[in-house]
Structure formats: C-alpha cells, structure tokens
Ligand binder design. Structure first.
Ligand code: ROI
Length: 168
C-alpha cells in the first residue's frame, strides 16, 4: 500500500459541491483505502485573470493502485463529474484531479509526471498539503515546510465557513 496525494480544484458551476462529490467518488474506488481531505481554500486563478476564483483542496489516500491506474480512475471521475477537456491550456474547469505525489516515487513519463510539476510554486497546493502532511518530504525537492517558506501565499484564503470533509 502506498500513500499518495491528490490535488483537487474547481472554478466552474458549484466548486465546493464538486470537490465534495469528487472526494466521495475517490473514496469509493476499489483499491483506495482511506481518504483524508484538507480544508478548502479559495484563490484567484493562476495563469489567467479573467476566470472565476478557484476552490482547491488536497486529499491523502492509501492505495494499492499503480500510478497509471490511479490517474485513469481520477480521469474517469473528472468525466463523470462533467469535465469537458478544452484544448486551451489554462482553461476553467468543473473539476481537476491531479496525482501530486505517489509515495517516494519520481516518474517522468509522457502521460504522468510525479511529483506534479506545478506543486513547488503553487500556494493552493502547498498550503492544503502542509495542513494534512506537515512533515512530508517531496522527493527531489526536500521538506515541504521549507518549500512553504519561499512560496508566495498571494490571496490564498482558508474557507473556515465550509465544513471540513474528512472521510476516514
Ligand atoms: N489557479 C488556481 N488558483 N487553482 C487551480 O486549481 C488552478 N488550476 C489551473 C490553473 C489554470 C493553472 N490555475 C489555477 O489549472
């Protein structure tokens, strides 16, 4: 069994509901044992100023799935929740599910790069990740707590009025 981390994001429709729905779907995948969700965070869109704000979270899972099988399951859930893939790189999305980390593994294939290439500089990933895994060491990049000290928090806002979704 491997501990892996998934990034969740949404900025279309009802983002909070979509993140909730995604966490429930992830938890019911055969081969995914346990799911721990961070709080939800709101931030301005990175990469494009004219989109709605994003809601983001990170989930810790324990899984027997291979990295590629996990990716396939996440893509299936994205489609089930109504995501339509745009050819535009920075487009809005109803739901975005990324494999951030898969144990200690470093993967650089055409279909999957782990650790996720955007992870190091994105406050909307690092802060929720730190909340649920404060002592994590990112393979190839050192302690997460160290990365946080050089990451610009920007306008990232912890949504304290939204109930934490922790599914044990
Ligand atoms: N910006 C924020 N704040 N959160 C995201 O999840 C997010 N996802 C994206 C891009 C368009 C890079 N910007 C984002 O894919």
């Amino acid at each position: 069994m491997i501990t892996a981390y998934i990034g969740l994001g949404s900025n279309l429709g009802r983002p909070v509901d979509q993140l909730r729905a995604a966490s429930i779907q992830i938890e019911t995948v055969p081969g995914i044992e346990r799911l721990l969700m961070s709080n939800l965070y709101k931030s301005a869109p990175m990469g494009s100023k004219i989109q709605p704000c994003y809601i983001n979270a990170v989930a810790e899972i324990v899984t027997s799935l291979s990295p590629l099988d996990l990716l396939a399951e996440l893509m299936r859930i994205e489609t089930a929740l109504g995501r339509v893939r745009s050819s535009e790189r920075w487009s809005s999305r109803t739901i975005d599910l990324d494999v951030l980390l898969y144990g200690e593994k470093i993967i650089n294939s055409k279909t999957l790069v782990i650790p996720h290439p955007g992870l190091y500089e994105r406050a909307f990933v690092l802060y929720p990740l730190h909340e649920i895994a404060p002592h994590l060491v990112i393979p190839g990049h050192g302690p997460l707590s160290q990365l946080l000290t050089v990451c610009d928090k920007g306008d990232l806002e912890l949504l304290t009025d939204v109930k934490t979704i922790i599914v044990a």
